[in-house]
Design a protein around this ligand. Structure first.
Ligand SMILES: Nc1ncnc2c1ncn2[C@@H]1O[C@H](COP(=O)(O)OP(=O)(O)OP(=O)(O)O)[C@@H](O)[C@H]1O
Ligand SMILES: [Mg+2]
Length: 319
């Protein structure tokens, strides 16, 4: 439903988007991740027809956004970065305006506004001017205008930014519920959000697509994926460590802490395969007194840093 081919956007000497190609199908919720200035918002602006591409193409539901921007915009909802809206309007008048622009009239318009007000919990502030609303309510107004016409394609730039934990939860549920028959792209800096709502995650760095996979696949790239954490008595450490290191499937053993009568070890899997059973069996066989053992999954934020920080350890920063 969304197809990008060799998309490029230059601002003067800067390649903000540098040859991105990808496709998003029905039922997919794709998370756009990447450092500040990576090109996420710029890519979204091009998909929605808000900015022209320097080269490359975008198709939404079969329409080329350069050639048929109105056909594309009919089929998509867009929450721009920062959720801008007309500050001197009220949510009621703003949503009425958006509904009219979207072609709704009369009773049908009323129903569609009521439904979206309900979904985004805006009832209590409908008649207050948007500029006086709190950040979270402003964002909900932005979400409401994006989703009002129930579009098949949704592009949302940091939809949960600035929301309280309850509202974050609510918006994530909303996205999940709607996603079944839509193609959704959301950008976010909240990596746990990716695991909560996205079926797929794409990492963008310096305008390039540098990783693309399910959240699980990306986590699988973590250097501590399938590592085993063991807690045992410090006195046993000097015997246990070499015994574990001698296992074929073990890549290394790190002592994480050694205090208060407990020692904590991390056993790293040599090739990322599960090793917990083998390590547990060894500990039992040797009679070590372990108080805790569990498998570490690895974390998306570690993979994110691994992928987006340069070889020399400097952060990519083009803001
Ligand atoms: N209109 C513009 N003119 C010049 N440079 C721009 C313009 N818009 C964006 N840029 C630059 O393009 C790069 C990508 O910006 P973009 O807003 O797409 O990043 P982003 O990935 O959305 O970052 P963030 O996580 O901070 O929102 C940045 O270096 C930015 O300064
Ligand atoms: Mg952005």
């Amino acid at each position: 439903m969304i197809k990008l081919q060799n998309l490029v956007k230059r601002f003067g000497p800067l390649n903000a988007v540098n040859s991105i190609s990808m496709a998003v199908g029905r039922g997919e919720v794709v998370g756009f991740l990447g450092p500040n200035g990576a090109g996420k918002s710029t890519t979204m602006k091009i998909i929605t027809g808000f900015l022209p591409a320097t080269s490359g193409t975008v198709e939404v539901c079969g329409f080329d956004v350069g050639e048929k921007p109105v056909e594309v915009q009919k089929r998509l909802g867009y929450l721009p970065e920062g959720a801008p809206a007309y500050g001197d309007m009220t949510p009621a008048s703003f949503l009425d305006f958006v509904a009219q622009v979207r072609g709704y009239r009369g009773a049908e318009k009323q129903v569609c506004i009521e439904q979206i007000v309900e979904k985004t919990s805006l009832k209590s502030v409908l008649d207050q001017s948007i500029e006086t609303l709190s950040k979270g309510f402003k964002r909900r107004v932005g979400l409401a205008q994006a989703m009002l016409h129930d579009p098949p394609v949704l592009i949302m730039d940091e939809p949960t930014d600035g929301l309280d934990p309850n509202q974050k939860h609510h918006v994530r549920n909303l996205i999940r519920e709607m996603a079944a028959d839509k193609a959704v792209i959301v950008s976010t800096h909240i990596l746990e959000e990716v695991e909560a709502v996205c079926t797929r995650a794409v990492i963008i760095s310096e305008g390039r697509l540098v990783a693309d996979g399910t959240p699980e696949q990306l986590i699988g790239r973590s250097s501590i994926h399938n590592a085993v954490r063991i807690e045992l008595e410090p006195a046993e450490l000097d015997l246990a460590k070499p015994a574990i290191e001698a296992l074929d499937e073990v890549g290394g053993v790190d002592i994480l802490s050694r205090a208060d009568g407990r020692a904590s070890l991390r056993v790293v899997s040599k090739d990322g395969q599960p090793i917990t059973v083998a390590v547990g069996a060894l500990m039992r066989e040797k009679g070590f007194n372990i108080t805790e053992i569990y498998t570490e999954k690895g974390a998306l934020d570690e993979v994110f840093r691994q992928i987006t920080i340069g070889e020399d350890g400097t952060e990519v920063n083009r803001g």
